[in-house]
Design a protein around this ligand. Structure first.
Ligand code: FAD
Length: 472
């Protein structure tokens, strides 16, 4: 076989190279560290963890990230094998000795007979003679390659910062307080005039909310990130600081909305949430990108009427982050539609996190190896964590109907909101239990989704599913 070229030896590129080589196909891995560094990496090792040393929860019975750990372990992940080997105590989380972990990945890559490592910066799109390549250059892709990607995909299709608004699980929103309505009942393409969930505030609630935002603890930008404030992308707490009325005339404007529970009283301000995924399980808080610390966000956003018990699939953020508009650019097997043979993997595709980046690297590697061997890429079932994450990246995300043309795809961690719903009737009150509350149902739902994911992933890979202890 001709080699497949992988650009970037981070979490995704290392995993992709490993999967390709283990499928019997040679790989050339191009990594620039050693010749040129990034603003966040400190070593020349592969799969360096640039910040936390945690891979988050390892509970595969009822935690979405634990499920994806278990799935990629089944698929022979190098990243998980090295993480397991270099684990340090961290309760239910999987945390690693970062140096031992990256040294192990580097050693495995360097000693694989089918992997050749070239320490060089790739400055443009892969040349035609490479015919198959994977770009896995991460959130800090070097500028030369980033410009080449931008020239190929269009200026709006490559972002250099994310502007992440919090995402709430639909089932945790109190619809006795909130109501469905699009502003002025506007019906956009594919819309119904009831596409938003609205949370009303009176004047006192609004003032208390603005005060809380201003007093909230925020995270600063790192020096190398700069301050990427641009129109339409101000953090909500910065807007609050600019004047008491700013939010009421911006993302929290009440115009064109009538409270279905109290039609005669005009709300003083309204927070809108927009459906975020095709499944309808997740809603994002429109215009609420923020640099507030996670703890402060959860506390302050639960002051919003109807969100008292909100569960967040993702909290907000604003970071330096190079990523492409994957849902429009990539096909289901991560190939850039305009360049057959060229795949993307890792955080640059719009997933978020070490494990998610490695997982998309694993898929890209397997798909590319299959293609090289003349086989069709075998996509993971939609019910698996891998399939759900792949769906988010390559198509399951819906685009705003009120703001046509506006990019709304933002990076995402794996979470249960990305999985398809269970068959109706799957959640049954266990015998002998008197009260079966909403919280119990949510836990059972997550356990059933996790179980289904592992079983379907095992079937997809042709291996046996891991035997897991039941979670408490
Ligand atoms: P990377 O791991 O960054 O790998 C990309 C590789 O490509 C790098 O080795 C880079 O040197 C190389 N490269 C770039 N351009 C070129 C080029 N032109 N030619 C050749 N090589 C190139 N996630 C978490 O789960 N937990 C965290 O705590 C966390 N903290 C983060 C902190 C920061 C500052 C950043 C930027 C991100 C953080 N992330 C975190 C998000 C993300 O999970 C990691 O960035 C993760 O490393 C992404 O994996 P990747 O393989 O896509 O990219």
């Amino acid at each position: 076989h001709f080699p497949i070229h992988v650009i970037g030896g981070g979490l995704a590129g290392s995993e992709a190279a490993w999967q390709i080589a283990n499928a019997g196909v040679p790989v050339i891995l191009h990594e620039m560290r050693g010749v040129r560094g990034t603003e966040a990496h400190k070593t020349d090792d592969f799969a360096e963890l640039v910040c936390s040393n945690s891979f988050r929860s390892d509970d595969a019975t009822s935690n979405a990230v634990g499920v994806i750990h278990a799935e990629i372990r089944m698929a022979g992940s190098l990243i998980m094998a090295c993480a397991d080997k270099h684990q340090v105590p961290a309760g239910g989380a999987l945390a690693v000795d970062r140096d031992g972990f990256s040294a192990a990945v580097t050693q495995a890559i360097a000693s694989h007979p089918l992997i050749t490592v070239l320490r060089e910066e790739i400055q443009g799109l892969p040349p035609a003679e490479w015919d198959q390549a994977i770009i896995a250059t991460g959130p800090l892709t070097a500028p030369g390659l980033a410009s080449a990607i931008q020239a190929e995909t269009g200026a709006d299709a490559l972002a250099f910062f994310d502007a992440i608004a919090p995402i709430v699980y639909r089932e945790s929103i109190n619809m006795d307080v909130c109501w469905y309505q699009s502003r002025y009942d506007k019906v956009g393409p594919g819309g119904t005039g009831k596409d938003y969930i609205n949370c009303p505030m009176d004047e006192a609630q609004y003032n208390a909310f603005v005060d809380a935002l201003i007093a909230g603890d925020a995270v600063g930008f790192k020096e190398w990130e700069g301050t990427p404030y641009f129109d339409g992308c101000l953090p909500i707490e910065v807007m609050a600081e600019r004047g008491r009325e700013t939010l009421r005339h911006g993302p929290m404007k009440p115009m064109g909305l009538t409270n279905a529970h109290n039609p005669t009283v005009k709300a003083y301000a309204v927070v809108q949430l927009r459906q975020d995924n095709a499944l309808g399980t997740l809603y994002n808080m429109v215009g609420f990108q923020t640099k507030l610390k996670y703890g402060a966000q959860a506390e302050i956003f639960r002051l919003i009427p109807g969100l008292e018990n909100a569960e967040f699939a993702r909290l907000g953020g604003l970071h330096r982050n190079t990523y492409i508009n994957s849902p429009t650019l990539l096909d289901r097997s991560l190939v850039l539609k305009s360049r057959p043979g060229l795949r993307f993997a890792g955080q640059i595709t719009g997933c978020e996190g070490y494990v998610e980046s490695a997982s998309i690297g694993l898929l890209a590697g397997r798909f590319a190896a299959a293609e090289r061997k003349g086989e069709a890429p075998l996509l993971p079932p939609d019910t698996t964590a891998l399939g759900s994450l792949l769906n988010h990246i390559t198509g399951g995300h819906i685009v705003s109907d009120e703001e046509p043309g506006k990019r709304s795809f933002q990076p995402m961690n794996i979470n249960f909101g990305l999985f398809p719903e269970l068959e109706p009737g799957s959640i049954v009150k266990p015998e002998g239990i008197k009260r079966f509350r909403g919280k119990d149902k949510t836990i059972m739902k997550r356990q059933l989704i996790a179980k289904r994911a592992l079983a379907d992933c095992a079937k997809w890979l042709g291996v046996s599913a891991p035997v897991l202890a039941e979670s408490a």
